[in-house]
Ligand binder design. Structure first.
Ligand SMILES: C[S@@+](CC[C@H](N)C(=O)[O-])C[C@H]1O[C@@H](n2cnc3c(N)ncnc32)[C@H](O)[C@@H]1O
Length: 248
């Protein structure tokens, strides 16, 4: 069993629960989102709903709602419950979600805390997604969170996670860097000359990141079925599975 008492000491709060953190996130968003648009589309396309079906999904670590917006665009009758622990990200998200008024709610949820989910997330919920957030949780918490996802999902409900992963070894890491540096010739220089602030952010970013196989294993151990890596490019992946239709 994972150690759910594992301390939740958290440089994450220093990154995300600050105006500076949100301003930085916004300032780097346009280029990032251009690259990610297709990945987010695929996550939406993997959900098993028709365009005229009403359903509710939870978005864990939803931030300003980039992943939720893509799902809401794909499914006109969907309702999003965006869960996050940062008042600053949620305030910014409410501005950006203005065109979706009535189709979303925000709930405060510190994902480091194991146990019951906030009352604002329906139980059962039709689907759970997460984007660029699970890598901020330590390994014990990833495992307990996946068990909670299974418990919260409706029978047959899907969980999909879009996230960066660690390379499993140095040879793979070298290959990822080689390809990444060809695409962005300034990347190697940026890596070598991080400011103290950038280094803090980077350390926070990779601190709990683990290889893909491990995480896929956690999903299977939690009891999801149809577990697969549905998309992967270098260090970014979409993995997921669904709650079996039979009783647990
Ligand atoms: C990299 S951003 C991703 C935001 C959004 N999901 C997206 O794809 O653009 C990470 C988000 O995870 C949230 N987060 C980090 N740690 C968290 C925690 N312990 N509990 C809840 N949310 C957390 C941050 O506040 C932030 O909104």
């Amino acid at each position: 069993m994972p150690d759910i008492e594992q301390p939740t000491e958290d440089t994450n709060a220093a990154v995300w629960k600050t105006d500076v953190g949100v301003t930085f996130w916004k300032s780097t968003e346009a280029d990032r989102e251009r690259r990610r648009a297709g990945h987010r589309e695929l996550l939406a396309e993997l959900l098993p709903f028709g365009p005229d079906e009403a359903f509710t999904f939870a978005d864990l670590g939803a931030g300003t709602g980039a992943a939720s917006r893509t799902v809401l665009d794909h499914f006109p009758l969907a309702h999003a419950v965006l869960a996050d622990f940062s008042p600053q990200m949620m305030a910014q998200g409410m501005l950006e979600l203005a065109p979706y008024q009535g189709r979303y709610t925000y709930v405060e949820f510190d994902l480091t805390r194991a146990g019951d989910w906030p009352a604002g997330i329906p139980a059962p919920v039709d689907a759970v997604i997460s984007s660029l957030a699970v890598h901020h949780l330590n390994d014990g918490r990833k495992q307990t969170l996946f068990a909670e996802v299974l418990r919260q999902l409706a029978p047959g409900g899907w969980f999909l996670n879009y996230d960066p992963v660690q390379p499993p070894d140095a040879v793979v890491e070298e290959a990822w860097l080689r390809a990444g540096d060809r695409r962005d010739p300034s990347a190697a220089d940026k890596r070598a000359h991080r400011t103290a602030e950038e280094q803090f952010r980077y350390d926070n970013h990779v601190r709990y990141m683990v290889p893909l196989d491990q995480q896929v294993g956690y999903l299977r151990e939690a009891g999801l079925e149809g577990v697969d890596v549905y998309w992967k490019e270098l260090d970014y992946v979409i993995y997921g599975g669904r709650r079996p239709r039979r009783p647990l």
